[in-house]
Write a protein that binds this ligand. Structure first.
Ligand code: IMP
Ligand code: MG
Length: 204
């Protein structure tokens, strides 16, 4: 039997990922998985730390609006918001760029505009993953024109492939491998958003 002292962070991580791998067929209806990239426990620890950093970044009394980019950020923002222990408001934007494929079409459509007023407020745009950067480049310019006090981006995942990213995220959960990732809000043709962990799919 292993003693507590040999149960290191990396063995715990391997165990969490193996458990997620066993759960995957149940969640996916038997569809194949390439590998587990981040377990539920790894994500929870990182989101907690990001929530604390965001809360500490702004002056006391700052009027903070978390703006989640739907649909991909819906799980992340719900966990993140609960880790920011100060007054905030939450609203959403809907943009679409992928359709049913695994590469960006470059055609970003704004399908829903936030109801919340933006002028004079500190915006934190919450994104699931930064890939080509097309979505952020397009949306951030449009939001900046509405006169917020500040705008920052908080991305759970960053692939670091974007060559001309106008808005580098201030907060990044994890550097992402250059694989197509699903789970914790990320989808492939609307499947897999409900996985509590992040996995990659076999190449198409
Ligand atoms: P970008 O405009 O290429 O930066 O892509 C941003 C959006 O594409 C994200 O908000 C995601 O919804 C989606 N996306 C990018 N990469 C992935 C991925 O690996 N898995 C699932 N969705 C992705
Ligand atoms: Mg998507």
């Amino acid at each position: 039997m292993k003693s507590a002292s040999t149960d290191t962070a990396s063995t715990r991580r391997d165990r969490d990922r193996a458990a997620a791998e066993r759960l995957f067929p149940e969640y996916s209806g038997g569809r194949p998985l390439r590998r587990i990239v981040f377990s539920e426990a790894e994500i929870a620890a990182r989101v907690e730390a990001m929530g604390e950093e965001i809360g500490a970044h702004y002056e006391p009394g700052a009027d903070i609006l978390l703006l989640g980019l739907l649909k991909g950020s819906f799980v992340f923002i719900s966990d993140l918001a609960r880790c920011i222990r100060r007054p905030i408001h939450v609203d959403f934007l809907v943009a679409s760029s992928y359709g049913a494929g695994t590469t960006t079409s470059g055609d970003v459509k704004l399908l829903y505009d936030p109801c919340a007023p933006v002028e004079g407020r500190h915006l934190v745009v919450v994104e699931d993953i930064v890939d080509s950067g097309t979505t952020l480049n397009r949306l951030m310019g449009a939001l900046a024109e509405r006169g917020p006090a500040s705008i920052e981006v908080c991305a759970l995942l960053h692939k670091h492939v974007a060559e001309d990213l106008d808005w580098e995220p201030r907060w990044v959960g994890f550097d992402a491998p250059r694989e197509f990732l699903v789970g914790y809000g990320l989808d492939h043709a609307e499947d897999f958003r409900h996985l509590p962990f992040i996995a990659s799919l076999p190449a198409e």
